[in-house]
Ligand binder design. Structure first.
Ligand code: SF4
Length: 199
């Protein structure tokens, strides 16, 4: 059984797969407490694998996105194998990278939270990163290209830090745009779901 906060169908709002129709499985709970966390993931209902797959199969998307909270707290290789066989879909994950991941995941997005207030100090424990998505809080960007799991195929996204205050949000966007322009190995990640008004 796994504690599921919600399962919903939408477009991926940010990063490499922006705009791709996807079924999101949001797991409940996280091992970090980032100060800027904007996801209410604490509630949830216990679901077994078959119930999860049946809910996912209501939607025609090619991709499933495991998110949270921190999805790595809930998954293992048998679950990934079952979900792929039961749905015929590809599986992506959005993780803070603090736990090893099972084989069989088709796209790994790591959003490291070390250095963030509440994110603590941890080593990345994933073996391969397709996409590194960093929330820009003004930190040094020097170390990210040498993280464990990064290789020549890894894509680097820098994302403005979203806050409720529109003037701070605007300043954050401006800073991130300037940093990407000055460091072109990075690409700007825009949270398109915020202005499209989709989940
Ligand atoms: S890792 Fe993500 S879900 Fe967990 S507390 Fe930080 S921002 Fe929130």
């Amino acid at each position: 059984m796994k504690k599921i906060n919600e399962i919903f169908y939408s477009l991926q709002g940010e990063g490499y797969h922006t705009g791709v129709p996807s079924v999101f499985i949001r797991f409940s709970g996280c091992n970090l407490k980032c100060s800027f966390c904007d996801t209410d993931h604490s509630d949830g209902v216990m679901m077994n694998e078959r119930e999860i797959a049946a809910e996912v199969n209501k939607y025609p998307a090619e991709w499933i996105i495991l998110t949270g909270g921190e999805p790595s707290l809930w998954i293992d290789y048998p679950f990934i194998t079952f979900l792929k066989a039961a749905t015929g879909k590809k599986i992506a994950i959005e993780t803070n990278g603090s736990n090893p991941l099972p084989n069989g995941i088709d796209w790994v997005t790591v959003s490291p939270k070390f250095g963030v207030e509440g994110g603590g100090d941890y080593e990345l424990r994933v073996s391969h990163i397709n996409e590194l998505k960093v929330v820009d809080i003004g930190q040094s960007l020097d170390g990210y290209f040498n993280l464990p799991g990064v290789d020549s195929s890894t894509r680097f996204y820098l994302q403005p830090c979203y806050v409720e205050d529109p003037s701070i949000c605007s300043k954050n966007r401006g800073r991130t745009i300037e940093r990407v322009l000055g460091n072109p190995r990075w690409t700007l990640s825009v949270q398109t779901h915020r202005f499209l008004d989709i989940p």
